[in-house]
Design a protein around this ligand. Structure first.
Ligand code: SF4
Length: 315
C-alpha cells in the first residue's frame, strides 16, 4: 500500500532541532503511524536560519497584533520570516494529506499557545503558532492535529479518519475531476459523513446535486472543504448508532430474527457504553460479507482506516 504523505514537526521524529538542542520524539508517530504515513519533517525555526540550540521565542500581543519574538529581546522579531517560510512551504506541501504538529510552540502550535504582554506578563489569552496559522489559513481543508491530542482515542480516530478520507478524495476526485467521480465518492462516503454530522450530510447531498450550477472546479473545491470540515466534527455514540441502524436496514430482510435481535443488542450495548464501536461493526461486516449488496459493501464507514491501527477498539 502506498504510504500517505504527511508533514510533521521535525522534533517529533527525534531530530534535535528544538531551542534547547533536544527533540520531542513521538513513539506513536515514529513506530505506529509510520507504517502508513510517509513523513515530511519540517522545522520552521531552523528553516528560517535559527540555530539549535537558540534562545526561546514566544508570542506577544503588540497592540492586538500577534508577533513572535525572542523571549528576552523583543527587538529580535521573526514573525515575518516565519510567515514567509510558510508561504514558501505551501508549494512543496501540495501533496500532503495531513500535518502533525507539537503543542505550545509559538511556530507550530495549533491552538492555545500562550500569549504574553510586551512587559513579559501573561496576556491571559492564547493563539495559534504563527507558521502553522499561515498553513491552516491557506489550506483550511487540511487535517491538522497536535501530537499530544493523538493520545485521546476519539481525537486520534478522528484525525486518522480525516487523513485517509482526504487522500481518497484526492485520488478519486481531485486527480481527474468530474461530476461522475464526485457522485461516486459521495455515494461511498454517505454513512461516514452521516456519522459525523447529519445536517452536513444533507448539505453535501444538496451540493452534489449542484442545483446552484457551480462550475466543476468550484463544485469540487466547495465539496472538499465542507467534507473535511464535517469529518472534523467528532462522531459520538448516538450518531454512530444511528448509522449502524441505517446499515442494519439493508440487512434485515436476510437476517434471521435471532441474528437481527443479536445485532440490535450489540448496537445498544455500544450506544450505552458497554462495548466499543468495533463490536457492532465486526458483526455488521460479517453479515455484509454474507448478504450485503455492492452499495453497502463499498461504504467507507465500514473500514475508514487500516484495522491494524485498532482505532475503533477504543471509541
Ligand atoms: S519550530 Fe516546530 S519543528 Fe521546530 S523545534 Fe519548534 S516545534 Fe519543533
Amino acid at each position: 500500500m502506498k504510504k500517505i504523505p504527511i508533514a510533521i514537526s521535525s522534533c517529533l521524529l527525534g531530530n534535535k532541532v528544538r531551542f534547547d538542542g533536544g527533540h520531542k520524539q513521538s513513539k506513536y508517530c515514529l513506530k505506529t503511524l509510520s507504517d502508513w504515513f510517509d513523513y515530511q519533517p519540517i522545522c520552521p525555526e531552523m528553516g528560517i536560519g535559527m540555530p539549535a540550540p537558540r534562545p526561546p521565542i514566544r508570542l506577544i500581543d503588540d497592540d492586538d497584533n500577534i508577533r513572535v519574538v525572542q523571549a528576552d529581546d523583543h527587538s529580535y522579531d521573526v514573525t515575518d520570516e516565519l510567515k514567509a517560510y510558510a508561504k514558501d512551504k505551501l508549494h512543496v506541501l501540495d501533496d500532503i494529506c495531513g500535518y502533525i504538529v507539537i503543542r505550545n510552540s509559538p511556530s507550530c502550535g495549533m491552538e492555545r499557545v500562550k500569549v504574553y504582554h510586551k512587559n513579559g506578563n501573561p496576556a491571559g489569552k492564547s493563539d495559534r503558532g504563527v507558521y502553522i496559522n499561515e498553513i491552516m489559513t491557506e489550506r483550511p481543508e487540511l487535517p491538522v492535529e497536535e501530537e499530544g491530542r493523538l493520545q485521546d482515542a476519539k481525537l486520534r480516530e478522528n484525525f486518522i479518519t480525516r487523513v485517509f478520507a482526504y487522500q481518497d478524495f484526492k485520488d478519486s476526485v481531485k486527480s481527474a475531476p468530474s461530476v461522475d467521480a464526485l457522485v461516486k465518492f459521495h455515494s461511498r462516503y454517505k454513512y461516514l459523513v452521516m456519522a459525523h454530522n447529519y445536517s452536513d450530510y444533507k448539505k453535501l447531498g444538496r451540493l452534489v446535486a449542484n442545483n446552484d450550477g457551480l462550475d466543476l472546479n468550484k463544485l469540487v473545491s466547495t465539496y472538499e472543504l465542507v467534507l473535511m470540515q464535517t469529518l472534523g466534527k467528532i462522531a459520538n455514540a448516538k450518531s454512530h448508532s444511528n448509522v449502524l441502524y441505517h446499515i442494519l436496514g439493508y440487512l434485515k430482510e436476510d437476517l434471521t430474527s435471532t441474528a437481527k435481535q443479536e445485532l440490535v443488542n450489540v448496537i445498544e450495548q455500544y450506544r450505552t457504553g458497554y462495548v466499543t464501536l468495533i463490536a457492532p461493526l465486526t458483526l455488521i461486516n460479517h453479515y455484509i460479507k454474507q448478504f450485503g449488496n455492492d452499495y453497502i459493501a463499498q461504504q467507507a464507514y465500514l473500514n475508514p482506516h487500516p484495522v491494524e491501527l485498532g482505532l475503533r477498539n477504543y471509541i
